[in-house]
Write a new protein. Structure first.
Length: 414
């Protein structure tokens, strides 16, 4: 399918694919089995300048957007969803700084993230606050020119390997959802430590840790935007980041199907390749159609969002303004619906495709020394993180109702 990618986008796609084939595939089994972080691969990603493909030139980036980021995540994930997360999770931690950070915060933190010199992480989940982020118990109390953080965050991708963390805490528990705020916390800050490392079913090449804050003093200037805007920060970030999860899911699905087709063309039963059996062919066709329709939705979403967001970034950087403020002034609509659609559709397809690929490969598909079962394990998390797919459907429905109400109001006014 021709998606009319630019020459630069094709070059980025090809470079990411080359790294996936040359550097990720040979080590994916080792890092999955040992649950170790692929620092050598990350250094090669950084050396290829891929960490900055979606970030503005003003901070050393390539000046691309979501489309470029999606292309890289997809290609990395075709080889290994866990290793791809070293790139994608840093992007998730970078976005709140780009979207809600002031000019000083962007200039201080983003260049090192663009170069891959440092990685970022995003920390909103707690033991009692998952889909319901309003249940946040971690507190941040203002004390002069510092905030004092206390609490525990859980399930943090890029765990202890990141250097820069965006952490959500309540600054006013009495205000509930309106009392949550977001902060930039640097690794090594006194009072900030790591709890247990999680033992996971999939994406095992990326460390998932608890973060612990015990009277952790962070500078007041590390508050993102304003007090009480934490959930606005999270929602604005997820609108822009969920297509990244979709890209991870898409790459996992494509990688699983690639490996499966290679195997079933060679595997013979009853005197012929199993790819010649109609039952297998129907599964192949369904997998390929699901993947291609996922790609079409995701790419269309990324392209539309870039068209809307790039002028916002340019104006905010030129005026040294907060991107979120410019977004409001330019009255750019939210892409909550399309972002959520891409996330849940691509990840549901990935789960079905990888499960079918295990089935098509038969017994060997279930074995740990054959890559297909790993694709299935890695696919599952894409239906869960950055909002479960049930939450995504709620988001889509809520936006549909809002759009219908707006249309009805406009029609009655006319």
């Amino acid at each position: 399918m021709d998606y009319e990618l630019t020459e630069t986008q094709i070059d980025i796609q090809n470079l990411a694919h080359q790294i996936a084939e040359r550097d990720i595939k040979p080590v994916r089994e080792k890092h999955d089995a040992e649950a170790t972080f692929p620092w050598d691969v990350v250094k090669k990603m950084a050396a290829a300048d891929l960490y900055g493909v979606y970030l503005p030139e003003a901070y050393g980036g390539l000046g691309g957007g979501l489309m470029e980021q999606v292309l890289v995540i997809e290609q990395f994930s075709r080889a290994c969803g866990g290793i791809a997360l070293a790139f994608a999770a840093s992007g998730l931690g970078t976005l709140p700084i780009m979207l809600l950070g002031n000019a000083e915060q962007r200039e201080k933190y983003v260049p090192d993230l663009v170069s891959g010199k440092k990685l970022a992480a995003f920390s909103i989940t707690e033991p009692g606050a998952g889909s319901d982020a309003t249940a946040t118990k971690t507190t941040a109390k203002l004390d002069g020119e510092h905030y004092i953080l206390n609490g525990v965050k859980s399930y943090v991708s890029n765990g202890e390997v990141a250097e820069i963390y965006v952490v959500f805490a309540t600054t006013n528990p009495a205000r509930g959802a309106r009392g949550v705020s977001a902060f930039i916390v640097e690794k090594g800050t006194p009072g900030f430590s790591f709890g247990k490392k999680e033992h996971k079913m999939g994406i095992r090449a990326n460390p998932t840790y608890e973060l612990a804050f015990q009277n952790c003093r962070i500078p007041k200037k590390n508050l993102l935007y304003k007090e009480g805007y934490g959930l606005f920060t999270a929602q604005t970030t997820f609108d822009c980041s969920r297509p990244g999860v979709a890209a991870q899911a898409l790459g996992i699905a494509q990688g699983a199907l690639d490996e499966t087709i290679n195997y079933i063309r060679q595997r013979r039963q009853f005197g012929q390749p199993i790819s010649s059996f109609q039952a297998i062919q129907h599964m192949m066709a369904d997998c390929a159609t699901g993947i291609e329709s996922s790609r079409a939705l995701l790419y269309a979403t990324a392209r539309s969002m870039d068209k809307a967001m790039k002028p916002v970034y340019d104006k905010a950087i030129a005026e040294k303004a907060v991107v979120y403020d410019v977004l409001q002034k330019m009255d750019v609509r939210r892409y909550t619906k399309e972002s959520a659609m891409s996330k849940y559709y691509c990840s549901d397809v990935a789960m079905k495709v990888t499960t079918d690929c295990v089935q098509m490969c038969g017994g060997i598909g279930y074995m740990a020394d054959f890559p297909i079962e790993k694709f299935m394990r890695d696919a599952k998390i894409t239906q869960i993180y950055e909002g479960t797919n049930q939450v995504q459907r709620n988001e889509v429905a809520a936006m549909m109702i809002k759009e219908a109400a707006s249309a009805a109001k406009a029609a009655s006014a006319a």
